[in-house]
Design a protein around this ligand. Structure first.
Ligand SMILES: *Cc1c(COP(=O)(O)O)cnc(C)c1O
Length: 382
């Protein structure tokens, strides 16, 4: 019997004597990652504002490179992703051998967890930390320790208070998901200075390009001279290549070499490699993606506030986290259903402990206006 089927027994089951193969302890207690909704009942083409995808699509140059790669599907990919590696190294002036590539940054997180965590160790993250961090840590039979985020914001002292002698990793998404909030670089530096040298600090910059305040910094420069910082980035958000799954990390050479020992050899596929290189070169597309946020993030925040809704923030990401009243008829769950009936898909965040909030990706002008119109109707309904 598995532990989850017999919760009255705290004793680990004897896996060798079981009448069927049993996953190792802890696996069945993990909540599988829940992606944002992609379907609305009875609506053929809903607007998907539930997964922080790029509403502009992706770079036409990346798309062309992807299509061209379709004539070479019989070849294995370059296991070192050399062209992407060289392009990123040049663009950000980084040492190529210190880069780690993953099937999305999700895989980079997974590889770091696998490289550093053994049963009994722990990983520390914020209370609302991204679910993918914790899934990988639990799969290593490590404990996940959550630091309170007062005001929906990472608090460095709370993170540090969770660190003990079994802590091997601290994950910090800056800006955070699902909160959208961020902490200034001075706080990131303070966190790093206070951490023991044996703890890896992972700075997840998935939304870093959308954080436009001068006090924000993704930490690449800090990581350059540090022996325990890994900065991650992704092609999923700014570049709109979520479907191709390319993420990367900038790590100390020793960490990159360790991760390389357990990485699957061909984890970045051929079309993904060529499209990523082309996307990196298309600065126009990147600028348009950032300009869209500059234009619509403040507008949405103001309009939502005008409807009496609380916007967590300020958001520095490509989404906003919106708080709803608990009043029947006005709740987040009811708003979620109402928006879906209008063909607008947003993200419930109950699994993050935020049952009264919805996370809404910032879309094109028409999407954003439709969203505000629908929420105005929702809030005014009798
Ligand atoms: C979207 C997202 C990522 C990127 O994930 P990929 O696996 O690269 O698509 C990383 N971190 C956070 C917090 C995210 O929301």
């Amino acid at each position: 019997m598995s532990q989850s089927l017999s919760p009255e027994s705290p004793i680990a089951p004897d896996r060798s004597a079981a009448d069927r193969p049993l996953p190792k302890p802890g696996i069945m207690e993990i909540h599988a990652y829940q992606p944002g909704k992609s379907k609305a009942e009875g609506i053929a083409h809903p607007v998907k504002l539930s997964a922080n995808e790029n509403p502009l699509g992706s770079s036409p140059k990346a798309h062309a490179a992807y299509v061209e790669a379709g004539s070479r599907l019989q070849v294995y990919p370059d296991p070192r992703a050399s062209l992407v590696r060289a392009a990123i190294a040049e663009r950000f002036r980084l040492e190529p051998e210190r880069l780690i590539f993953g099937c999305g940054s999700d895989e980079v997180f997974q590889l770091l967890n696998q490289t550093f965590l053994e049963p009994g160790d722990n990983m520390v993250q914020g209370q609302y930390g991204f679910a993918a961090f914790a899934i990988g840590a639990r799969a290593c039979q490590a404990e996940v320790k959550y630091a309170p985020e007062p005001g929906y914001r990472i608090d460095v002292d709370e993170l540090l208070a969770q660190v003990d002698d079994r802590t091997r990793l601290v994950f910090l998404a800056n800006p955070g998901n699902p909160t959208g909030t961020w902490i200034p670089f001075s706080e990131v530096r303070r966190l790093h200075e206070a951490l023991p040298a044996s703890v890896v600090l992972v700075l997840d910059g998935a939304y870093g390009e959308f954080a436009l305040d001068a006090a924000f910094n993704d930490g690449l420069e800090l990581a350059r001279g540090a022996s325990n910082i890994v900065v991650t980035h992704t092609f999923s958000k700014l570049h709109g290549l979520a479907g191709l799954r390319v993420g990367w990390g900038y790590a100390p050479a020793e960490i990159a070499a360790a991760v390389d020992r357990i990485r699957l050899p061909f984890n970045i596929n051929v079309p993904a490699q060529v499209a990523a290189v082309a996307a990196l070169e298309d600065e126009d597309f990147q600028q348009q993606s950032i300009a869209l946020m500059e234009q619509w993030r403040p507008w949405l925040t103001q309009q939502l506030g005008g409807l009496g809704l609380e916007v967590v923030g300020p958001s520095a990401a490509n989404f906003v986290l919106v708080g709803f009243p608990q009043t029947p008829g006005r709740s987040a769950a009811e708003a979620d259903a109402f928006l879906a009936s209008r063909g607008l898909l947003v993200r419930g965040v109950g699994l993050y402990g935020l049952p009264d909030h919805l996370r809404i990706t910032i879309g094109l002008e028409a999407h954003n206006r439709a969203l505000i119109d629908a929420l105005a109707d929702f809030m005014q309904a009798p």
